[in-house]
Design a protein around this ligand. Sequence first.
Ligand code: CTP
Length: 400
Amino acid sequence: MIRGKHIILGITGGIAAYKSAMLARLFIKAGAEVQVVMTPSAREFITPVTLSALTGKPVVSEFFTANTGEWHSHVDLGLWADAMVIAPATACTIGKMAHGVADNMLVTTYLSAKAPVFVAPAMDLDMMAHPSTRANLELLRSYGNHIIEPASGELASHLIGKGRMEEPENILRVLEDFFEKGETLRGKRALVTAGPTYEKIDPVRFIGNYSSGKMGYALAEELAERGAEVTLVSGPVTVSTTHPQVNVIKVESAREMLAEAEKAFPESDITVLTAAVADYAPAEVADRKIKREESEIPTIGLVKNPDIAATLGARKRPGQMIIGFALETDNEEAHALDKIRRKNLDAICLNSLRTPGAGFAVDTNLVTILTADGQKLPGELKSKREVAADIVDFITNSLS
Ligand code: CTP
């Protein structure tokens, strides 16, 4: 799976840098092309000569070669790569990556990279456990980077704990699994709706809800990572994605969301409807701000919004799959099964507001997948990204 892939191996200044030579060799043996980018301090731990000999390419560590003035383009490198692997990643480089401190070739290349990025931290256990390191790793994760968590064991300090860079064989396996996974939905198109809708009352007010869009964005990225071309129709949210295979279309109201979803639906093999669509919209939108002094307490008349899931469900052709979401507070399964039937869905991901850590705004979720043919697949409380992976596993299994 890794044969022919272009890999940037970023090496930073930590004791574990000696293992990077082995990692470079494993990538080369597996048939990849490897370009090493080192930070200046990495050169104190392992020589560029070793790495250029192993990879057959000169190591890049400065913005230009001093004696010839040859410029090393981090942009070109970023475009060349199919993956960037930073191993070992020190606390310092992780901090710079998280905050865009582009003072060396490795961090500028990272900021220019369009390809997936894998980060294998290596540091002392106290540094690893420090809230700032944890927060920086969380930031990197939220940007879509893959963190290859360090293992526990004896560290260079002779202390025992979590901080040892993952073994090169295991890093290779993570990359192989990633590329293999990336083929599962190749050639498929997916449509995802996400976030809340805002229904205008007047130019400064709206009816909305607490949906953060996190679950929908996580699903769109997971589908894209398995190779699908994704159209993500998103209500107003603060989350974002930079995945090149996710085309984000921003909308505000349920009607706008329906219009965009209807455009993408005929070509979509997989449709996942995570949006918390407002059920009602104001019957009239005031064209100027409703003033407190001018009237009695206003009454806002409401009209029904279109049901996007039911509209698409009614047009579903054989071979198309539609997955809905249901957030319930009571009688959860009965309500969810009723929605499968009413909206002609293939399955529904049920979460209950009664489950702590599930639902709106939080980073975790717990969903039970109920299918139209009567299966019930209970889930566990996990990060929304992991829940997204489970849902996409369900989708790929159902398609095969
Ligand atoms: N949905 C939709 N369009 C709507 C309402 C819901 O596409 N106007 C989708 C949601 O994205 C979700 C599923 O339908 O995938 C169920 O949403 P939910 O709000 O639970 O369903 P409702 O039909 O609105 O039912 P209720 O609010 O009565 O629970």
